[in-house]
Design a protein around this ligand. Structure first.
Ligand SMILES: [Fe+2]
Ligand SMILES: [Fe+2]
Length: 172
């Protein structure tokens, strides 16, 4: 599957999980765990593989994307710390959903069309294969293993640091 199509299908899956959380018919802890794992894995493949690969196509959107991932990850952590019985629970679900909606819209309306114009089908398919494998790996390990502990640092910060470390190394 093309990298962009893979990411879009994961966006749809996350949207379905939000719907499930909001309609309240399934145990929120179960849905929340799947949501956290899916988001961590999705953000990981974008931060580690997709964004670095397409950064020169639109550096502004990519820089903003790393920041939006960081904020979404913190909002997700706040949600994970909230008892579903608490009044704040649904407000935090909605806030996270809206953050993600905004971000997904930018990816699908600005970034992905630009990428599909510049990167050929074969390369996109190759990238998609790599990303799918990494996605499954992070899904399997789970949210807690994929993101740093606490509120001071996010997986987005870690990915960006790793990227600049690789750049310095290849420049040397
Ligand atoms: Fe993203
Ligand atoms: Fe995305």
């Amino acid at each position: 599957m093309k990298a962009t199509a893979l990411l879009e299908s994961q966006h749809r899956k996350v949207e379905a999980l939000f719907k499930k959380l909001e309609n309240g018919r399934t145990d929120p802890q179960v849905v929340l765990e799947e949501l956290a794992n899916s988001l961590a894995a999705h953000m990981a493949i974008e931060q580690e593989i997709f964004y670095p690969k397409v950064k020169e196509i639109d550096a502004d959107v990519i820089n903003e994307s790393y920041e939006e991932h960081a904020v979404a990850e913190l909002a997700l952590k706040r949600l994970l710390m909230t008892d579903p019985e608490e009044e704040a629970f649904m407000a935090r679900v909605t806030t996270l959903k809206e953050l993600i909606q905004h971000h997904v819209q930018e990816e699908e309306e600005e970034l992905f069309p630009a990428v599909e114009k510049k990167v050929n089908e074969a390369q996109l398919a190759q990238l998609g294969k790599l990303m799918k494998a990494r996605f499954e790996e992070v899904m399997e390990a789970g949210f807690a293993a994929a993101v740093p502990r606490g509120m001071a640092k996010t997986s987005s910060d870690v990915s960006k640091k790793e990227l600049s470390r690789r750049k310095t190394k290849s420049a040397a």
